[in-house]
Design a protein around this ligand. Structure first.
Ligand code: UDX
Ligand code: ADP
Length: 480
């Protein structure tokens, strides 16, 4: 029986291994993690991450050929194939601070593999890492090998949160990069055989190691660039009276452009886009490619600009101050159908409003109070460390209250900001919300989910990203 061990039971490792176990009953899959609470949760009825369909998959295989354990060394030493899916935070100090990936967790995982291995291993990079990380890992392993042979593969994961199980069941492609040697190709074949249990062969792409590593960074950079492009257009739409939804639709019908990923928003979030682009920028700079680095940097700058613009719209339309005013924030997750808040635009928007002395009442159907408070008091990039190593927030932000009901959040508020496109926000009773708010009552829709005309009829002053402006907002500056 082939044995797989995955180091890191996070958003990538957990769902990916659960699907491998489901689709490959003849393979034993063990997911290990240094975090005891995470493993305890994976073994309980309340999994540590919310992902539609995940519960069913885990229930079907857990205890049969899928196991979660904190005994990292035992399971690594017994495995034939080891996936590594640990944290890769952005460095906050030293060389490359603010851009380069911190490979501390990767390095310690590699050293541990070398320490405990007694048989040949295939080591698979699953978490996104800078190009040429495989080479560094290979060096650590071979310099500590004790005669054991290691093959390093890059097998980046392309799943998106909220649709992880769907994406894993039916991937656009699986990418496997390996060394172009006979042993390297044998390892590629071994991993290909795992995916071939359910992925059609023509969707399994094999490449060299560096192409696979770079493809992951490139895919995320291209996706993020589409959003920054449409968000840049949204600013121009507001200035000209065009409607960004109509522009997106019109350009998306060109088959060369395609219709997906053209929704203008308050900005992209998530654990990957910003981090991977910063990484790409750093790699370009290290290779002397300043123009290329600056080109990709602009994708992040436009994203920051979009979040700032949103805050400025709120403050300027509410008589240039939100001091002591209650603002209801609807949605905190970085997108719908996930409880994940990593790099969510809500953090910067809330911090911006708090900077202007607002009082916030936040509602999100899945994100916990503790998580929101941690996010609002944590420093940039601190989120991407194992939870028990994250600095504890000294105090919670007292101007922020977290509630479990939209109508409570909006009661007596001066304004409502929609920051996540949860389906339930489309069917809210806005008449009731309006009746209980201070007047004039404002709605700032950062996800284009509300029916602008209907809300204006009720009496709201409405700002919806990239849509023709309410006459109230026309003369108010949106750029600081
Ligand atoms: C992304 C990639 O899609 C995935 O392939 C990769 O493996 C990890 O990074 P994820 O971050 O989970 O996945 O979510 P995604 O659906 O890509 O959304 C990222 C952000 O962009 C979200 O904040 C989302 O709201 C925003 N977005 C997306 C837009 O603002 N407009 C769009 O049209 C699409
Ligand atoms: P991703 O979104 O890439 O899956 P996460 O942060 O959700 O990232 O998961 C990474 C996981 O890796 C965390 O649960 C963390 O505790 C775990 N981890 C980090 N370093 C190690 C290590 N050396 N050994 C085992 N687990 C580790």
């Amino acid at each position: 029986m082939v044995k797989i061990c995955c180091i890191g039971a996070g958003y990538v490792g957990g769902p990916t291994m659960a699907v491998i176990a489901l689709k490959c009953p003849s393979i034993e899959v063990v997911v290990v993690d240094i975090s005891v609470p995470r493993i305890t949760a994976w073994n309980s009825d309340t999994l540590p991450i919310y992902e539609p369909g995940l519960d069913e998959v885990v229930k079907q295989c857990r205890g049969k050929n899928l196991f979660f354990s904190t005994d990292v060394e035992k399971h690594v030493s017994e495995a034939d194939i080891i996936f590594v899916s640990v944290n890769t935070p952005t460095k906050t100090r030293g060389l490359g601070a603010g851009k380069a990936a911190d490979l501390t967790y990767w390095e310690s995982a590699a050293r541990m593999i070398a320490d405990v291995s007694k048989s040949d291993k295939i080591v698979v990079e699953k978490s996104t890492v800078p190009v040429k990380t495989a080479e560094a890992i290979e060096k650590i392993l071979t310099h500590n090998s004790k005669g054991i042979k290691y093959q390093i593969l890059s097998n980046p994961e392309f799943l998106a949160e909220g649709t992880a199980i769907k994406d894993l069941f039916n991937p656009d492609r699986v990418l496997i990069g390996g060394r172009e040697t006979p042993d390297g190709q044998k390892a590629v074949k071994a991993l290909k055989d795992v995916y071939a249990h359910w992925v059609p062969e023509d969707r399994i792409i094999c490449s060299n190691l560096w192409s696979a590593e770079l493809s992951k960074l490139a895919a995320n950079a291209f996706l993020a660039q589409r959003i920054s492009s449409v968000n840049a257009m949204s600013a121009l739409c507001e200035a000209t009276g065009a409607n960004v939804a109509e522009v997106s639709h019109a350009i998306g019908t060109d088959t060369r452009i395609g219709s997906k990923f053209l929704n203008s928003s308050v900005g992209f979030g998530g654990s990957c886009f910003q981090k991977d682009i910063l990484n790409l920028v750093y790699i370009c700079e290290c290779n002397g490619l300043t123009e290329v680095a600056n080109y990709w940097k602009q994708v992040i700058k436009v994203n920051d600009y979009q979040k700032n613009r949103f805050v400025n719209r709120i403050v300027s339309s509410m008589f240039n101050t939100v001091s002591r005013k209650k603002i209801a924030v609807l949605g905190f997750a970085f997108k719908k159908d996930t409880s994940d808040t990593r790099e969510t635009p809500a953090i910067d928007v809330c911090k911006g409003l708090l900077g202007d002395n607002a009082r916030l009442s936040i509602y999100d159907p899945l994100v916990t109070e503790d998580q929101i408070q941690r996010d609002l008091s944590m420093n940039k990039f601190d989120w991407d460390h194992p939870i028990h190593l994250q600095p504890m927030s000294p105090t919670s932000v007292k101007e922020v209250s977290i509630v479990w009901d939209v109508y409570e959040a909006t009661k007596d508020a001066h304004g409502v900001c929609i920051l996540t496109e949860w389906d339930e926000f489309k069917t809210l009773d806005f008449q009731r919300i309006y009746a209980n708010m201070q007047k004039p009552a404002f709605v700032f829709d950062g996800r284009n989910v509300v029916d602008v005309e209907k809300l204006r009829e009720i009496g709201f002053i409405v700002y919806s990203i990239g849509k023709p402006l309410d006459s109230w907002l026309k003369d108010m500056p949106a750029v600081a």
